[in-house]
Design a protein around this ligand. Structure first.
Ligand code: FE2
Length: 388
């Protein structure tokens, strides 16, 4: 990524730079074919093992709107959405992600997607009638990182529910905001995603240049997807946006009232990365769902890339609250185009969990400050094997 000498330290404690081509030892080839013009992350298809339990979580608790459903499948959308769905829950034996789906600008972009991924040597399938209800001509691929990606333009239009205040709940989910993917080699993932037209907005690195995570966007927000370093391909989370912080607090209150506080994995809190207010939940199958609000505009071509030191304890939570170990270790498996689990490959670069709450026992790990610089009640916080 960007070399340290080309970065500027801000008064907020992170660095900024211009996006630079990254160096990686095992880059994906850059296709000659132009990339499809991707608009945004559009929907995720999840395999769930108990459709009724998942319906209760996503519809009765979180308030997503049902566009269409049958005994096998539920198509859900957020308040401001006008395409057919943002989330598909499909009944299956093994909880997993069937596809990460992106909308492209025009039908011709599907031809570009076929050419781009064919040149990369990827498995490519096209279904003119669409792979799922409500979506037309679509291309599905297994991308160079092993993730099932879909691209489509045509979608049935449905009612945007923004004006239906009579139906809104205090924790209203208004948009699909982003995906988050776990992959062993983050620089390789970033290089491929840059070829696909994505821009880096933020990343986490160390002094040696190890990259722990990177946030990448098409729409002018912090991200459409993030690449998190870990054993992969796996899905870390899918994220819906609310309008304001109080909506997230309302979800926490509701889960408490329903005696479902175990669904809350981490947060609520304020991210360092992205500056967004956040909450992480786990659905009945353990799929992780983030609720998120108030990141920032990133659409200018010279938008500064923000780089965080992996040893900055405010990078993942601006208030310095520790990250729970399950957040680092757990993820959902992803499927190939035939519905079989993709093989998971171990990360060989340093692990963010290990360098921040691992063997040295420090949760606060600024290199110039030891654990002794922390108040006693913070020392050893969330050290593995040491937490309550
Ligand atoms: Fe996220």
């Amino acid at each position: 990524m960007t070399k340290m000498k080309d970065r500027t330290l801000t008064s907020s404690g992170f660095w900024v730079s211009q996006e630079a081509p990254i160096e990686c030892e095992n880059p994906t080839p850059t296709p000659q074919a132009p990339a499809p013009d991707i608009l945004r992350c559009a929907y995720m298809e999840l395999i769930v093992t108990d459709l009724a339990a998942s319906r209760e979580f996503y519809v009765d608790v979180l308030g997503l709107y049902v566009t269409e459903e049958d005994d096998e499948t539920i198509y859900l959308r957020s308040t401001e959405e006008f395409i057919h769905h943002n989330l598909i829950l499909r009944k299956g034996d093994l909880a997993a992600v069937r596809v990460f789906s992106y909308r492209v600008r025009a039908p011709e972009d599907l031809d570009k997607a076929v050419a781009f991924f064919t040149e990369l040597g990827c498995e490519v399938r096209r279904e003119e009638g669409g792979f799922v209800k409500g979506i037309g001509d679509s291309v599905r691929v297994i991308d160079p990182l092993g993730f099932p990606y879909e691209f489509f333009y045509q979608s049935d239009h449905v009612e945007r529910m923004s004006w239906r205040y009579d139906l809104h709940i205090p924790g209203e989910l208004v948009r699909l905001d982003h995906f988050n993917q776990i992959t062993p080699d983050v620089p390789r993932a970033v290089k491929y995603m840059q070829d696909l037209g994505f821009r880096v907005t933020e990343d986490i690195q160390d002094e040696e240049g190890t990259v722990y995570a990177a946030w990448m966007r098409r729409k002018p927000t912090v991200h459409d997807t993030a690449m998190t370093g870990g054993d992969g391909p796996r899905m870390h989370h899918v994220c819906f946006a609310t309008h304001e912080k109080h909506n997230i607090l309302a979800i926490c209150d509701k889960l408490g009232a329903l005696r479902r506080s175990d669904s809350i994995e981490r947060g609520p809190g304020r991210h360092g990365v992205s500056n967004a207010f956040y909450l992480y939940l786990r659905d009945p199958d353990g799929h992780r769902v983030e609720i998120y609000t108030q990141d920032y505009y990133t659409g200018d071509p010279d938008n500064p890339v923000v780089t965080w030191d992996v040893h900055d304890n405010q990078r993942r939570d601006w208030w310095g609250n520790p990250v729970v170990p399950s957040w680092y270790t757990d993820g959902s498996i992803v499927l190939d185009l035939d519905g079989n689990p993709q093989q998971v490959i171990a990360r060989t670069d340093n692990s963010e969990m290990a360098v921040t709450i691992g063997a040295d026992g420090f949760s606060y790990t600024r290199p110039t400050e030891g654990e002794a610089s922390m108040p006693e009640y913070k020392q050893g916080e969330y050290k593995l094997g040491h937490q309550l």
